[in-house]
Design a protein around this ligand. Structure first.
Ligand SMILES: Cc1cc2nc3c(=O)[nH]c(=O)nc-3n(C[C@H](O)[C@H](O)[C@H](O)COP(=O)(O)OP(=O)(O)OC[C@H]3O[C@@H](n4cnc5c(N)ncnc54)[C@H](O)[C@@H]3O)c2cc1C
Length: 575
């Protein structure tokens, strides 16, 4: 391996030459297992990222740990765990899952098929606060992941399972297909390349079709589209709905959730997991599953097994008013470049037109800005692909970060250093589409280490969601109101959300404590006025039900309080 290591480092030095650096700026070292670690600094973050990607592509490199800094870069930071250790043992579990995104919740549900004590820990005040809340909800077909990658395999398998998932868990899922559009012969090679990729990856029904045939299926497609890659298996779900459905079904089957509970250290002894230290105290356990999204590398570092770095890739999304419902139903994009699928217009299962995402490497995992370039990129691309949509009907925009490793593949494996520690990292797109297959793979890793785990014979995969008032017929509405008059009080006019549904969310299986948590469960505030009308009423209900002062109600947890001083007419301050 020594000669090999030298060859890798020589190839790295050769690769560095194309970056505008002085020779001492970046250094690399390589371990026997092919993990290359980078140190030093670069003038821009993009250069640091490009060097990481260059290094990851070198033959013999398994993954890259980058400690490169650049202006704006946020170094890995560890909280002092001593005060939290001092809180002592507060709970115990067989399996602790770190992260309440779609990945963690899917794993929790999957493992409830066995008789194990499962505890999911989430640092935020609600589930689905990371990448899982800010994505397109597209269940990709799998044409663009690199053949033989874990992403390719799990995407195609995960996609195939979505119909069953939606039937079992009661979330909306539209398998409408997707187009990647070609505007001229200059796009032909890229689209044929995607087609070949898709065939190799086993994408069902994939074909290249004419622009006219594409417009027969999707009349809203631009007249300038000449041909398109068509994949009928692509579909759409609402990511927050899926995540919550998984969590609720996991709760029904015995899993437990602790919110506002940040893991600050991993306890190990003699190469085995012993437990975790959290901001709520110490929790002994035998197995830790690291599904911490953007922070998976920091959790791996806590376990003494960091062999990848996560670099955040920001993506902004734009939402249009529902007046556009039905104008375009399937995703349409252009041939992607580099590491993004390219983004484009789509309609969510709720009938909301959604455009984006953009893709920008950012140095800070918490950077969720949307800037002018993001907006221009999204709107220009969307306008080129569609017709009949007025960009002035945009009602909101937001962004989220993809949790990418430099090898740009998922990292799902047992730790080679710490028994009982499972990495589920690098879950960038298509992580949402792949979630069912990711959960299955983690199940098999867990059972590999714990082969005698008893089956949970009471496991019930079915979740029956309560009806959404907006989807009910008049007859059903009348019946609901007769049973509970709170159904007769519409709080959110844009999305027709009633007081009864908000109370249901507040007292649900994973109780909603914040404005955003109510929004994700009910859609109150998601419509045209973006909570301008219903926000104050939701706030009052949260304060009343949680018996707190209205000034303590937050958008998404501590530090995001809505009212800056007591308001004249609400709650306890009314007198
Ligand atoms: C703009 C954008 C568009 C995308 N579009 C798609 C798409 O259309 N289709 C698709 O398949 N994928 C898409 N993706 C990718 C998809 O969103 C992710 O793959 C998926 O959401 C990852 O889920 P996760 O649970 O792994 O991570 P997350 O949702 O980020 O969850 C990780 C959780 O861990 C918690 N956490 C972190 N550290 C700690 C700690 N120390 N203690 C406790 N909790 C902790 C976080 O708060 C977070 O809630 C997109 C991503 C982005 C950003």
């Amino acid at each position: 391996m020594t000669a090999n290591k030298q060859e890798i480092l020589a190839a790295f030095s050769e690769g560095l030459k194309k970056f505008d650096l002085d020779s001492s700026a970046v250094s690399a070292r390589i371990e026997d297992d092919g993990i290359l670690t980078l140190e030093g600094s670069t003038k821009t973050w993009q250069t640091a990222v490009d060097i990481g990607h260059m290094a990851a592509k070198l033959p013999g490199v398994h993954n890259v740990v980058s400690d490169l800094t650049a202006p704006g870069a946020v170094p890995l930071k560890r909280k002092d765990s001593a005060p939290y250790r001092a809180m002592g043992v507060v709970d115990k579990a067989d399996v602790v899952i770190i992260g309440g995104g779609v990945t963690g919740c899917a794993i929790a549900r999957q493992l409830t098929q066995y008789r194990v004590n499962i505890l999911l820990l989430e640092k935020e005040e609600d589930l689905c606060e990371g990448s899982s809340k800010a994505n397109n909800g597209m269940v990709h077909s799998g044409y663009d992941s690199k053949p033989a990658s874990l992403k390719a395999r799990l995407n195609v398998r995960g996609n195939a399972q979505y119909t069953k998932w939606s039937q079992q868990l009661g979330f909306k899922f539209n398998r409408t297909g997707s187009f990647v559009c070609g505007f001229g012969e200059e796009d032909r090679a890229a689209i044929e390349g995607l087609y070949e990729n898709g065939v190799t990856n086993g994408v069902p029904g994939i074909e290249i079709i004419s622009g006219n045939r594409a417009r027969e299926m999707e009349p809203g497609l631009s007249d300038s589209v000449q041909f398109a890659l068509w994949t009928p298996s692509a579909g759409y779900a609402e990511p927050y709905e899926v995540t919550l459905a998984l969590a609720e079904n996991a709760v029904d089957n015995g899993a437990r959730f602790r919110l506002g509970c940040e893991v600050v250290d991993i306890l190990t002894k003699d190469g085995r997991v012993q437990g975790v230290v959290t901001t709520q105290g110490v929790i002994p356990c035998d197995c830790v599953i690291n599904a911490a999204g953007l922070y998976a590398d920091e959790i791996a570092e806590m376990a003494g097994d960091r062999f990848y770095s996560i670099h955040p890739r920001r993506g902004a999304l734009v939402i249009f008013d529902k007046e556009n419902k039905g104008k375009i139903r399937t995703f349409s994009g252009v041939a992607p470049n580099n590491y993004t699928k390219g983004g484009g217009p789509e309609e969510t299962p709720e009938g909301t037109l959604l455009w984006g995402p953009s893709a920008l490497e950012v140095p800070d995992k918490e950077d969720r800005d949307v800037d002018r370039e993001d907006m221009e990129f999204i709107l220009e691309k969307g306008m080129r692909l569609t017709k009949g949509i007025d960009p002035r009907s945009v009602i909101t925009y937001f962004s989220g970060n993809r949790a990418a490793t430099y090898s740009e593949d998922f990292v799902i494996q047992n730790s080679r250093k710490i028994k009982g520690f499972i990495h589920v990292a690098g879950i960038q797109s298509p992580g949402f589409a792949s979630a069912p297959a990711i959960a299955e793979l983690v199940e098999s890793l867990y059972l590999g280490q714990n082969p005698d785990t008893p089956i949970n014979t009471a496991f019930n995969p079915i979740r029956k969601p309560e009806p959404a008032f907006r989807d009910c017929t008049q007859e059903e509405r009348d019946r609901l109101i007769a049973e509970n008059p709170a159904y007769g009080r519409v709080v959110c006019r844009c999305e027709t959300v009633t007081e009864a549904e908000i109370l249901r969310a507040v007292h649900g299986k994973i109780p909603a404590r914040t404005m955003d948590a109510v929004k994700r469960r009910t859609r109150a505030g998601m419509g045209r006025c973006q909570s301008g009308f219903c926000g104050s009423r939701v706030l009052e209900l949260l304060a009343r039900e949680w018996k707190i002062d209205p000034s303590e109600v937050t958008l998404k947890g501590k530090g995001s309080e809505i009212l800056v001083r007591p308001s004249r007419n609400t709650g306890r301050n009314a007198e």
